[in-house]
Design a protein around this ligand. Sequence first.
Ligand code: ADP
Length: 370
Amino acid sequence: MEKKLGILGGGQLGRMMITPCIDLGVEVYFLDPNPECSVSEFTAHLTVGDFNDYETVLNFGRTVDVITVEIEHVNVEALEKLEKEGKAVNPSSQVLRTIQDKGLQKEFYQNQNIPSPDFRLIKHKASITDFPIVQKMRKGGYDGQGVQILKSATDFDKAFDAPSVLEDLVDLRMEIGVMVARNAQGEVQAFPPVSMDFDPELNLVKYVVCPAQISEELNKKCIQMANSIAHKFELVGIMAVELFVTKSGEVLVNECAPRVHNSGHLTIEGTSISQFEMHIRSVMGFPLPPVSVTKPSVMLNLLGEMGYEGEAELWSETDVLALPEVYLHWYGKKTTRPGRKMAHVTVLRNTVEEAKSIADEIDIDLKVIA
Ligand code: ADP
């Protein structure tokens, strides 16, 4: 008999989980507040409701066998109750509770001897005295919101007056992401490390590059750290581990997200198994195969174009989508607004340099407008 999987959230991440559910024979159900969310056009199993509401999550969870998430900001009390009732909640309420609060997350790294930038916790902005410093709101931040660098005392005014993590400003050489999955049997598999290039204005990932162009030794170190983090969290599911490589060659954990992640989208075409299939396998207790690079790849996020708001439309001047080995993933969001993640494109080539130059063309050519 097929086991029923319930997913909290029906956005683009949930949408991309549907394909492996079809292939693996997993009956999948979604909970999302938006009746027109990204999964809505592909499933008859969408419950419209708030995944932050205790009763809603509890009632939804009771109708399925396994519960997972596509977003970490969900009602953990309801998940805890479901665990007590014998449901498999993967990742666990405990992992989600720790991740939801950047303060608890930092304390976890400290207690588990996982290297991460030095920090202290504050309640109010009046406690900020040293600059430069990175301020991260403990709760409620997302996609670079709720995180800011305070360069000097003149930035004090823009500091968030909220419970925050104050973190040392790290001299970054590069940012590396490792997707790692673990199942309830304790099997762990990491994906090849990727590098992430940021758009400095939007503070969002611009390109993700696989494999990361780093030494064999650094590659190994990143994978080892991700594996060890998955064990220490006793993770069941997939986790995005975001790492800082400092100019002096240290590897530090920036943060982790216990779900499929933007930095893993290129695994759909670029590696031997996608993050979405690996996640479904890990939460359902299936075996986890090792992962290899199929071909070098670069992923580009398509964000809502500046100055456009309304019904979303893809616009291309030279039809870059006619190029070989260029894969579009449209998220099915009805409306666009500036900077909103609307789709992504993955480019496969024989080298990452070639893939990057095509991604540059696409970046200029392909727009989401209204
Ligand atoms: P979010 O949870 O919004 O993704 P992050 O904690 O990942 O926020 O921070 C966003 C970006 O800010 C990072 O990817 C990095 O470029 C920069 N950043 C965060 N913390 C530090 C730090 N301690 N030192 C230097 N840069 C940082």
